[in-house]
Write a protein that binds this ligand. Structure first.
Ligand SMILES: Cc1ncc(COP(=O)(O)O)c(C=O)c1O
Length: 364
């Protein structure tokens, strides 16, 4: 069932259906458990303590984060096992912060370059608790990460810098695509390159305990045995991109922006009080428009300004009344969450809580 908006909302607001959220969280935990994978969800999607607690309660072993800032927020709020799944480049300010974190929590960090490994080693020299390192491998997204054959040299540098190499990780970002087979291919790519890299590192004597992959689109594509840890993020809420790819159904959409119809200038369009400052402006080539309207699935958000969304209607389809409040599911949910102070939590169309986006803007 589409997210039910409560009355009296001050729009625009990000609304989360707690039943759908809990179902998404439990389903992923169950999938991971039954597949034999450790689940370490990526918390950059929600940046929210209450959601992290739910993930950890139903079986996540720890969280993945993208920045030291996100790690600091979750550490302050009691999460004691964190993986910064990002190849940090440590300048003077970040050195102090990573040292503090390393003293407070069980910390894993991603590394993908010799210089990055050396800087990390220097930063953490003499720290009270050992920090574990995962070497990042490029499985086809061509973002960060080394090719598998280069993992050994980076691993050796990490070890020479006095740090503990415990595994490899990759982000199969090329699994995002209109072609449904892209997901399966990306999952096979990550399994192959992670296995190759792990083998290179094992041959140097490293004990490869963590083989970490995964993203929301590759959910369900993983085979047992190759990867032993998963890091999906978007699955908690899902979004219009996951819907367009067929990764989720409309019933799995847990978050929408509540927006007021502020103008009905013509029969074929209306205007909402949400823009890029609420929805973000991410738009993949295979997504139609700037968001999905569960109440008006034939409509298209054809124009997005900072504070306006213009929605086009096909012939014969009636739009909402001026002043009514409707739901808009963002294209990519991580960006709007990072733009919001809080999430309005609803169940059965009633507001039950307000959750601060605690790590909002913690992007350094
Ligand atoms: C390193 C890393 N791991 C995991 C994820 C989570 O994947 P998704 O957002 O598709 O759920 C991301 C997302 O960008 C990522 O960058």
């Amino acid at each position: 069932m589409a997210i039910q908006l409560p009355g009296g909302l001050d729009t625009p607001a990000l609304v989360v259906d707690s039943d759908v959220l809990d179902r998404n969280i439990s389903r992923m935990a169950e999938r991971s458990r039954s597949g034999g994978f450790a689940l370490r969800p990526h918390a950059k999607t929600h940046k929210c303590i209450q959601i992290a607690d739910r993930q950890l309660q139903v079986g996540a072993f720890g969280l993945s984060v993208a920045t030291i800032g996100e790690a600091e927020v979750f550490a302050r709020n009691g999460v004691d096992d964190l993986f910064i799944a990002y190849p940090l480049w440590l300048d003077a300010g970040k050195v102090q912060r990573i040292r503090r974190l390393a003293d407070e929590v069980s910390l894993r960090v991603g590394v993908e370059s010799i210089e990055g490994a050396q800087r990390l080693g220097e930063a953490l020299r003499g720290s009270a608790r050992p920090v574990e390192v995962l070497i990042e491998i490029d499985s086809g997204a061509h973002r960060t990460g080394v090719r598998p054959h280069a993992a050994a040299l980076v691993g050796k540098t990490v070890a020479d810098a006095g740090l503990d190499v415990v595994g490899v990780f990759t982000f199969p970002g090329h699994g995002y695509g209109h072609d449904t087979q892209a997901r399966e291919r990306a999952a096979r790519d990550e399994e192959r390159v992670l296995a190759e890299a792990a083998q290179e590192l094992r041959s140097l004597g490293f004990n490869m305990r963590v083989i970490s992959g995964g993203s929301t689109p590759t959910v369900g594509q993983w085979r047992q045995g190759a990867v032993n840890e998963l890091r999906p993020g978007v699955y908690v809420f899902n979004d219009a991109t996951q819907l367009a790819m067929g990764v989720c159904s409309p019933d799995d959409l847990a978050l929408a922006a509540a927006a007021t119809v502020i103008s009905t200038p013509a029969a074929d369009r209306f205007v909402l009080d949400v823009g890029s400052k609420t929805l973000g402006s991410d738009r993949s080539p295979w997504v139609t428009g700037h968001g999905y309207l569960p109440g008006f699935p034939q409509a298209m958000v054809s124009g997005l300004w900072e504070h306006h969304a213009v929605v086009g209607l096909p012939d014969g389809v009636r739009g909402p009344r001026l002043g009514s409040v409707i739901a808009v599911v963002p294209n990519h949910v991580c960006t709007p969450v990072n733009l919001a102070d809080e999430l309005v939590v609803v169940r059965g169309g009633e507001v039950i809580d307000h959750w601060p986006v605690a790590a909002r803007g913690a992007n350094t």
